[in-house]
Design a binder for this molecule. Structure first.
Ligand code: SF4
Ligand code: ZN
Length: 312
């Protein structure tokens, strides 16, 4: 198998593009896909400051690496969830990457530890406040990423969601006709109201397999294990189904998700409509000032509840 571009020995085949690449041309392909995503969705420019949400997994570390390689001003934020060995290992991977790679580009790593603020790791906290672990985790991560982005004056917040993540999420939203979520499933969400950072997903054109290959070929040391809380999740089930379809018909995920984006673009001028909708329902939280639909935001309610049930 030879590289479609330069005809030397290929290291990876990409059935959905009917192509194979050597390491150099594959890196060029990955960087080009990210550059196209940034440009076509008006994500950010070279003079803007980007905060990358890093988990220690392949996607977020690859994203940080790609943005720095492409010459963007990207710092990282890691939220330590306090999930035993999983969090210890992912924390180490992120710190190592920050010291070995990001620092040489002048980038810094921010850190938030759930246990320090809530008094317990995510699993224990969720049990004590009687909420599912993943929804507790989602609320905390969204809140902290937004807080750091706003407080440290970043222009935009970037996450490592890839094509598989977005196609699986779309499948879930369609199966349950979650129309409100469908409206917000684009790869670029504007900073609709003061206090909300703009959010982008520059990896939406790349698959999980392509990002794993990119990380391995570029010696990015990432945590291979999934978070133990993800076991049996609906998202993993949707991914499995889509992988089966992809094996039979390469390009299925891309056609599904990109096709949805095309339709959304024709349907509505997303940024304006969403900004109007958000402005109508959001106002500052009485406790922390982050935008919320209630009087007090769900994060502040959660922390208040944690104070009553966790001895300090
Ligand atoms: Fe958080 Fe793990 Fe659940 Fe993902 S699977 S939301 S990281 S607890
Ligand atoms: Zn609040």
């Amino acid at each position: 198998m030879n590289c479609t571009k330069c005809k030397t020995k290929a290291v990876i085949d990409l059935p959905r593009h009917n192509a194979a690449f050597c390491k150099g041309c594959f890196n060029g392909f990955v960087h080009d896909q990210v550059a196209r995503a940034i440009k076509s969705e008006w994500m950010f420019g070279k003079d803007e400051r980007i905060l990358v949400a890093v988990s220690g997994g392949k996607d977020s570390l690859a994203l940080w690496n790609i943005l720095l390689t492409l010459g963007y001003r990207a710092d990282g934020l890691y939220v330590d969830l306090g999930i035993g060995a999983y969090s210890e290992q992912s924390h180490t991977k992120v710190t190592k990457f920050a010291e070995a790679v990001a620092a040489s580009h002048g980038a810094t790593l921010h850190l938030h530890t759930v246990e320090q603020e809530a008094g317990a790791g995510i699993k224990e906290l969720a049990q004590l406040i009687h909420r599912p672990t993943c929804s507790t985790c989602g609320t905390i991560k969204r809140y902290q990423f937004n807080r750091v982005a706003i407080e440290q004056q970043y222009d935009v917040m970037a996450t490592g969601h890839n094509l598989d993540d977005e196609a699986a999420r779309l499948l879930g939203n369609v199966l349950h006709w979650q129309e409100e979520y469908l409206d917000k499933q684009g790869p670029s969400l504007p900073a609709s109201v003061a206090g909300f950072a703009k959010k982008v997903k520059p990896l939406y054109r790349l698959s999980e397999r392509e990002l794993a290959a990119y990380a391995v070929l570029n010696r990015i040391d990432y945590i291979v294990e999934e978070c133990p809380m993800a076991k049996g999740s609906k998202m993993l089930q949707y991914k499995e189904v889509l992988n089966r379809l992809e094996t039979e018909s390469p390009g299925t995920k891309q056609t599904f998700y990109w096709g949805f984006l095309e339709k959304q673009k024709k349907k509505q001028p997303t940024a304006t409509t969403m900004t109007e909708k958000d402005r109508a329902v959001l106002h500052p939280c009485a406790s922390c000032s982050q935008p919320t639909t209630a009087e007090v935001c769900s994060y502040c309610k959660m922390m208040a509840r944690a104070k009553t049930v966790i001895p300090r």
